[in-house]
Design a protein. Sequence first.
Length: 373
Amino acid sequence: MPEARVIPLRADETGGRTRWRLGEGRDRGSRGSGRARPGTEARETGREAGRESARTRRPASSTPRPRPSLDDDQVGTEGGAVPPVAAVPDPEPPAWEAGLEDVLRFLRRRLSGDYTVDEFGYDADLADSVLAPALRPLYERWFRVETLGLRHVPDTGGALVVANHSGTLPLDALMTIQALHDEHPAGRRLRLLGADLMFRLPVVGELARKNGATLACNADAERLMSSGELVGVFPEGFKGIGKPFKDRYKLQRFGRGGFVSAALRTGVPIIPCSIVGAEETYPKIGDIAPLARLLGAPYFPITPTFPLLGPLGLVPLPSKWYIEFGEPISLDAYTPADAEDPMLVFNLTDQVRETIQHTLYRLLSQRRNVFLG
């Protein structure tokens, strides 16, 4: 058996700590050679220096660092702050619901008698709640009316609007009422002067009065204008609305100038109004005079669609409309007594007529297409 060998232990004081190692001259860096490996002492020195630095380093404060205060509406997700959220408004009710509420309110007013009718038969509640909404689709979508010169119509006070008349049926009168009601900043109501035939027609005459129309006579016109109403008149009458299509946009005679006399007596301005587009709604290409006399009508029109298509022929053609209100003709320089001067009345009547005619020619020259504008 080989002889047992005793391997002594030796103390290694390197780095300030005592380590016991086997054998003489052996250390961690040398195995059997008695010589330390290069870099061992440097690494040991670095480790000891790091331990000493950690032991001497001041401990971190245990007191937490204060955080900036946040408003209640800014406390949120990551990072602690979120931008304030704007309040969401309540959704608007659907259009049908608002319309139903308007209808119910209107019915309640009619049943309770909470509405007024003036001395001429004008029912403002019915006109604004029923007649105006019924005409609005025709005004906005079918004829696509463009209204010009509304700045010439005063916000308050009496005035006389004088317009050309055309189209076989008086749709131009209804569209002029709608234009001033919907487009004018003051929402003015035009009080039309109509022929007595209109008021003799069943249903039509009653609705015309409730919509603000009255008989075309100087007495009614002067009372309305003196009370601050906006009055409308179509001096051509049936000669204008019933003229053949070949004479479109050629103004007929303006009567004897009765509207000028009424304006002179009340001192209100005269506002010329020119309407383009109405002539093409029902192009009148013929007239059945015997049938017109039988019915007591001024004419019985023949159009490209009526009576050929029966009731469908009553649907107006979708022409593009323009309604222009011209600069007012002031009568401040005259007195009510001047209404008795026939020459002055004639000259003012002719001035209004010529103004409307020239405006019609200008609007027609700017129009490229009857239906597209």
